[in-house]
Design a protein around this ligand. Structure first.
Ligand code: MLC
Ligand code: AMP
Length: 465
């Protein structure tokens, strides 16, 4: 399978080509165990994977892909409502899970790293769906972004070019295995390039420092925590490239990284729907804080005003960023109209991010069109989804959710609630159990009423940040 072509590289020889926490896998073991999974799921079109940060998850995903299925990563801490939605909406026929997964209303097949099969399965065509990744919009339940093998391959090849990512790199990160960053780049990137992977289990500064890799991935919260431990940061000075993405890297964190590690971090910009479309390059030492770089190979961008007219690349004019390229998704599963609305003529995807471009082509992301999209610790969280979860609690009469500034997480989920005799802790726990822990409000502000306009619509701009 082309997606994992790097597995046969000489760099992947040895018992620990893949290291996840304390688990190790050789390329041969991964392929044998994954082929056994492929035998198990043969004939299934859509397979969900309980996506813990374990070797079982990697084996399950590779196996499902080898078997010709589309993989749906299920965040392991998904609450009942979120998990039920993802499994139902995706049409998953089987759930693959390691030991200790919660019971699911779906045929569950255990993944065993010791099994093996020498069976063969026809390679999926480039247009086949590789992943259906659930991602929050401004309202409603998460939508499934349908991403093809072609898109993943093109996206990863473009990054290998931008970052001079070679088989002799050793990739280190500790990000979750159910989003683009940790999964597509952080697992499939290594398997495609053929560079060894060391996943640290959690993205802890000590674990990053001890890993001794050449290429490191982190979200800004991870880099900020590493910089708060100068001893750990200094141990990254021998790396080749430190890459930050999924949210804006604050200027002081960029500067601390430079001072403590001697590296100018490589910032890059992407989305679930588009994979990574804009990045700084390894061969360009002129990396400045706040700049996310230039379009990667095969990608193109436009920055447009409200009428869709391109604004000048003068480093000043701002507009919505549109992107195009072979790494884009095919659409939202079962949502033809929403998909159509998210594209402009010519195959341009409307990102919803506000950007400006300098005359030399370097991009900056300066904000988002909607206040209802929150980025907390690099996780994308829709305000509407959290409001719906809060409103399902009997003690909540009204709820309005916004992102407020947070030193560690970038933004935190803050909920304004009109409630009846319910505590903040109760509501925070309720959302964590209904959706997932990272979507829980970090703060509840109880109010007598929400500010509304004459039409009755909540005026979120009047809620203090
Ligand atoms: C705390 N916990 C609770 C809880 N309070 N659980 C239930 N109810 C409560 N009330 C638990 C959590 O389950 C978790 O357990 C632990 O406390 C800490 O969780 P947390 O609060 O989420 O940790 P935090 O410190 O906030 O995490 C920071 C972080 C995390 C950086 C580690 O935000 C993270 O992993 N971010 C990465 C997001 C990411 O990969 N985004 C990429 C999107 S792709 P436990 O068991 O887990 O310890 C993308 C495209 C692109 O954006 O461009 O890349
Ligand atoms: P997700 O769908 O979780 O992949 O989140 C995508 C969003 O993350 C984008 O629309 C941006 O708002 C944000 N994002 C990703 N990378 C960056 C970056 N380098 N700088 C600023 N925002 C980013």
């Amino acid at each position: 399978m082309r997606l994992i072509a790097g597995l046969t590289r000489p760099t992947m020889s040895g018992a620990d080509a893949i290291r996840i926490g304390t688990q190790t896998l050789s390329a041969e073991r991964l392929l044998a165990a994954a082929t056994a999974v492929a035998d198990d799921v043969a004939g299934a079109a859509v397979v969900a994977v309980h996506a813990t940060a374990t070797a079982e998850t990697v084996v399950a995903m590779v196996g499902a892909l080898l078997g010709g299925a589309a993989v749906v990563p299920l965040p392991p801490d998904s609450g009942e409502a979120e998990a039920a939605h993802i499994l139902r909406d995706s049409g998953a026929e089987v759930l693959l899970a390691g030991a200790g997964h919660p019971p699911a209303a779906l045929r569950t097949v255990p993944v065993d790293l010791r099994r093996g099969s020498a069976g063969s399965h026809p390679a999926p065509p480039p247009e086949a769906t590789a992943l259906i990744m659930y991602t929050s919009g401004t309202t409603g339940a998460p939508k499934g972004a349908v991403v093809s093998h072609r898109a993943v391959e093109a996206g990863l090849d473009a990054l290998a070019d931008a970052w001079a990512w070679q088989p002799d790199d050793v990739l280190v990160h500790g990000l979750p295995l159910f989003h683009v960053h940790g999964l597509v780049l952080g697992v499939f990137g290594a398997l495609r390039v053929g560079s060894r992977l060391h996943h640290t289990g959690r993205p802890n500064p000590e674990a990053y420092a001890a890993a001794g890799g050449s290429l490191y991935f982190g979200v800004p919260t991870v880099w900020s925590r590493i910089c708060a431990q100068p001893g750990a940061a200094a141990r990254l000075s021998g790396a080749r490239l430190l890459v930050s993405g999924s949210a804006a890297l604050p200027v002081p964190v960029f500067e601390r990284m430079r001072d403590l590690t001697g590296h100018l971090p490589v910032e890059r910009y992407g989305m679930t729907e588009t994979l990574i479309t804009v990045s700084n390059r390894a061969d360009d030492p002129d990396r400045r804080p706040g700049q996310v770089g230039i379009p990667v190979a095969g990608a193109a961008t436009r920055v447009v005003d409200d009428e869709g007219r391109e604004v000048p690349a003068d480093g000043e004019s701002i507009g919505e960023l549109w992107v195009r390229g072979p790494m884009l998704f095919d659409g939202y599963l079962g949502q033809r109209e929403v998909t159509a609305r998210s594209f402009a003529d010519g195959g341009w995807f409307r990102t919803g991010d506000i950007a400006r471009v300098a005359p030399d082509g370097r991009h900056r992301i300066v904000g988002r069109r909607s206040t209802d999209m929150i980025k907390s610790g690099g996780y994308r969280i829709g305000a509407g989804e959290v409001e719906d979860a809060l409103l399902a609690h009997p003690g909540v009469r009204e709820a309005a959710v916004i992102g407020t500034p947070h030193d560690d997480l970038g933004e935190q989920v803050t909920a304004y609630v009109v409630g009846d005799a319910v505590s903040a802790d109760e509501l925070i726990g309720f959302v964590a159990r209904t959706l997932s822990a990272h979507k829980r409000p970090r703060e509840i502000r109880f109010v007598a009423e929400l500010p509304r306009n004459a039409m009755g619509k909540v005026q979120k701009r009047l809620l203090s940040r």
